[in-house]
Design a binder for this molecule. Structure first.
Ligand code: ADP
Ligand code: MG
Length: 540
């Protein structure tokens, strides 16, 4: 049987790496901190940009935390968990990614200090959990209502655009964001919902950012198929078709032998009649605009043009659906089914030259709960960065619209929470108190980093900030322009409640998850040590 002195049992495959205990912990923490440090310098309006060059040599210039982390090729599993924080933040809030990542890094850094003082990781986790719960419950009292208050929404958009390349035209872009969100937001049985897919964004290189615009309707990156068609149509009746307007191809390869030139003529005439029939079905329905998801052959283009129909081919499926929703039209597959009742309506359909090419504007739709935004910018890099900035800003405004409340930024709310958590910690006592205090200090990483990135002295700034909050000024935050602290409500630095709430929540959850790991078993080929200066006992 299995007595003493038996041969060692190998339960893991050869080449498997294993790290345990303290060294697993400190390796994971080091990796997570490295990720947080990599984006720290981009935080806030005075944050710097990063230039990312991928293996193909393509360049992205951005200071958007989520974008930076997405582009970085990260291998370490704990580092990847931090990137998940950024992803979650981006998905739920469209903003606050850098803050969430920086906060998780700081929570882990503070835990390391506690571990060194022999506080057990499970105690730290419990303290962090209590602190996060308390912090989130305290957020409500700092909220400022957005209800029917476009000014607040405009400031939220402007705060999100600050420090990005679109920052120079903040007011202009903010206005587009707020009008777009107000146009598509609905209140359904008391629930406030903004479906961002109702805001369709098209970007076009050329012109300047100020040439961007909000279109009350749908914008298609398409031109009419035939130059003989009218450029614009008023009182449009739109047929939405998702089958091709061309001679049907047979399923099987068939050969027709023609022995007499008359036969050829009648064969072609047959085809021509078929196409003409399709076009007649369209005009007979009363349509003067045709949007086709598939192709329209040349002959059909010719007949449509003669009939004065404005036609577009190869429209995207998503555009067909958006058009159907906005114009009230039904998407038809079989042309025999097309009747006047299937047609969508719009006050105007017009082709306009934007930059190098033409686009089609469909405006004045009766049921338009959807809008389009056309973004312009000098070069491809500019338009792309504008697009990212716009997506974030419109996302943040939608979140604020749904939340119905916002918080003051610039580190003000986190400083207030930090103050309140210190008081709360005293009511808990014991070692958990130490963890809650560490959590409270960790929250100050945001104002401290904002100060550092603005070239201010972090120590004097944080002292001034603590003093303001001790005196009861809960809106005091970092004055990144002149130094010292300033009332963030007066400075109009506002962000949705959800951005702060989610950042605290996911930073805490991830820190806890990483802290609870004391054994890392990784199969061959996954390197745990690369670039993070971890400990050395990776092999068992
Ligand atoms: P994130 O990816 O976390 O959104 P940002 O670079 O957008 O990172 O920085 C956001 C931080 O900058 C927030 O804490 C926000 O309150 C702060 N902030 C934005 N505008 C200002 C301002 N004018 N003054 C001070 N802080 C600001
Ligand atoms: Mg931001």
């Amino acid at each position: 049987m299995y007595g003493n002195g038996q041969a060692p049992i190998f339960i893991l495959k050869e080449g498997t790496q294993r790290t345990r205990g303290r060294s697993a912990q400190s390796n994971n923490i080091a990796a997570a901190k490295a990720v947080a440090d990599s984006v720290r310098s981009t935080l806030g309006p005075k944050g710097m940009d990063k230039m990312l060059v991928d293996s193909m040599g393509d360049v992205v210039i951005t200071n958007d935390g989520a974008t930076i982390l997405k582009e970085m090729d990260i291998e370490h599993p704990a580092a990847k968990m931090i990137i998940e924080v950024a992803k979650t933040q981006e998905q739920h809030c469209y903003d606050g990614t850098t803050s969430a990542v920086v906060l998780s890094g700081e929570l882990l850094k503070r835990s390391e200090d506690l571990i060194e003082q022999n506080v057990h990781p499970t105690v730290i986790c419990e303290g962090f959990r209590l602190a996060a719960e308390k912090a989130i419950s305290l957020l409500e009292r700092h909220g400022i209502s957005t209800e029917g208050n476009d000014e607040v929404l405009l400031e939220v958009a402007k705060t999100s655009l600050t420090g990005k390349s679109a920052g120079a035209v903040k007011a202009f872009m903010a206005d587009i964001c707020v009008r777009a969100v107000n146009a598509v937001g609905v209140i359904d049985e008391g629930e406030r919902i903004v479906d961002l897919s109702d805001i369709k964004v098209e970007k076009r290189q050329g012109g300047s950012i100020k040439d961007s615009s909000l279109i009350d309707g749908i914008l298609l990156d398409k031109e009419r198929v035939h130059a003989g068609m009218p450029r614009s149509i008023n009182d449009a009746k739109i047929a939405l078709v998702n089958s091709a307007i061309e001679v049907k191809k047979t399923e099987v390869d068939a050969k027709i032998q023609i022995t007499d030139p008359n036969q050829l003529a009648s064969f072609l005439a047959e085809e021509e009649n078929y196409i003409r029939g399709l076009v007649e079905k369209i005009t007979a329905s009363g349509a003067n605009v045709l949007v086709c998801q598939k192709g329209i052959d040349e002959l059909a283009q010719h007949y449509l043009s003669k009939a004065g129909v404005f036609a577009i081919r190869r429209a995207k499926k998503s555009d067909m659906e958006a058009l159907s929703k906005a114009t009230g039209g039904r998407i038809v597959t079989n042309m025999d089914d097309l009747t006047g009742e299937d047609l969508g309506q719009a006050a105007r359909v017009e082709e306009r030259k934007i930059g190098e090419s033409d686009m089609t504007f469909i405006t004045g739709c009766p049921e338009a709960k959807s809008v389009s935004v056309l973004l312009r910018g000098g070069t491809e890099h500019v338009v792309d960065e504008i697009r990212r900035a716009f997506d974030d800003a419109v996302g943040v405004v939608s979140v604020a619209w749904e939340d119905g409340a916002v918080l003051t930024g610039g580190g003000s709310v986190l400083a207030a929470l930090s103050r309140d958590l210190r008081t709360y910690a005293e009511t808990i006592g014991g070692r958990e108190q130490m963890a809650i205090e560490a959590f409270a200090s960790a929250l100050e990483i945001i104002p401290r980093t904002l100060a550092e990135n603005a070239g201010l002295d972090p120590v004097t700034t944080i002292i001034a900030l603590r003093k303001a909050h001790a005196d009861g000024d809960s809106h005091a935050g970092i004055n990144v322009y002149e130094g010292g602290v300033v009332d963030m409500q007066a400075a109009n630095v506002l962000e949705p409640v959800r951005v702060v709430e989610q950042a605290i929540q996911s930073a805490t959850e991830t820190a806890i998850m990483i802290l609870r790991i004391d054994d890392v078993i990784s199969s061959k080929g996954v390197s745990m040590a690369d670039g993070f200066g971890g400990e050395d006992d990776f092999h068992m």
